[in-house]
Design a protein around this ligand. Sequence first.
Ligand SMILES: Cc1cc2nc3c(=O)[nH]c(=O)nc-3n(C[C@H](O)[C@H](O)[C@H](O)COP(=O)(O)OP(=O)(O)OC[C@H]3O[C@@H](n4cnc5c(N)ncnc54)[C@H](O)[C@@H]3O)c2cc1C
Length: 404
Amino acid sequence: MAVRVLILGGSFGGLAAARELRRAAGPDRVEITLIARDPRFTFIPSLPWVALGSRTLAQISFDLSETLRAQRITFAHETVLGIDGDHQVVSTDRAQYDYDFLVVATGHRSANEAVAGLGPGDGPGHSPMSPPETEELAAAVQGLLESPGPVVVGAAPGASCIGPAYELAFGLDHLLRSRRQRHLVPITFLTPEPFLGHLGMGGAGKIRQLLEGALEERDIAYRTSAAVTRISAGAVEVEGAGPIPSVLSIVIPPLAEVSAVAGSPGLANPKGFVPVDSRYRHPRLDGVYAVGVAVAMAPADETEVPVNFPKTGHMTEQMAVIAARDIVARVRGRDGEPAELSARCVMDMGDRGLYMSVDPVRPPRNRIPAVSEGRRWRLVKLGFERAYLWSARHGHRLPTALGW
Ligand SMILES: Cc1cc2nc3c(=O)[nH]c(=O)nc-3n(C[C@H](O)[C@H](O)[C@H](O)COP(=O)(O)OP(=O)(O)OC[C@H]3O[C@@H](n4cnc5c(N)ncnc54)[C@H](O)[C@@H]3O)c2cc1C
């Protein structure tokens, strides 16, 4: 009988796990089913470009069903409601699935409620965390260009995905300069990080110095250890400081639990994230794995205002490959290889890029981080987006070290 592998989530973690399983299983009989709530894969790192008007959502996404069919992977466009890890059953809004191995790659819920007024829907604040929110943000950016005024860009206490906040601050600066409107728009960058470039991983190499120089050079004011508490129509409030005027407020929220995962008995920690070992196996539930943002990871260090550990797309793919190889090894009666995570990332700065390679991600590090700034890195980021989308759509894997 074929081994049944169920993958929950159709983004970086789910797609990479499915692809690697299909590749590594070879002629072994492995039946792979991927369940996802969204019918399309979206290249999330390009959402800041959608916000700034240089991409549409259609340009950075593709239909999952066709891609998976070509790889002999069954796609179920369904919403997972619960996971019974003791009886190896997943329930969705349409069916129940038995599994031998399960990979949880359901990502996060954006905790917009952490900052009063962080919309969309319930307040004037914006964030680029999902395609619909980014479309609203893109409309707000167009509004700013028609009616310029002060802007605040930043991240909330407890955020872990701070890179896109920097990208949006740099991107807005560049857009406004190219339209000769920059003098009409004071930009303030607010971050819970104790210093620029901490990025939830304790900083690395000269990222701090490069980011401080880059913000100062562009006349972007910044505050570190800033706890954003409220966004109103004309201002952003920060704990212990007066309101900062803002007609466009963009704040990255903390990441919170996905209810189907948090509510499944014995699966998640109290915050709703899944504990794993070094092969991304659940410590108690046999056959259960978790990868990507769904994984529980402790903060790198204690900071005055909380900052959480970053779980990037690059790390998510590494986790997915380790988990998939471990499953295939177990099907063959062995164990897969654990591996330490590294981080490679290119931050878009509007006219340039900032490249960081940090290995391992958590300090102390036995290798000196490679950090570099220049126009070529922006070209690398642009090229990586195209190459990644093409490869993922056609069932190929780009070397994870390439770009991000
Ligand atoms: C604006 C932005 C920019 C970023 N830029 C970069 C970057 O430049 N480089 C980088 O490395 N990383 C970047 N990241 C981080 C990267 O996007 C994440 O690490 C990555 O998306 C995590 O992938 P994932 O598969 O774990 O989860 P997600 O991408 O969150 O996907 C979760 C999947 O699970 C599905 N799902 C959720 N709940 C259910 C349910 N109940 N039932 C069925 N399906 C469900 C969703 O439909 C989705 O398919 C960025 C993130 C953001 C928000």
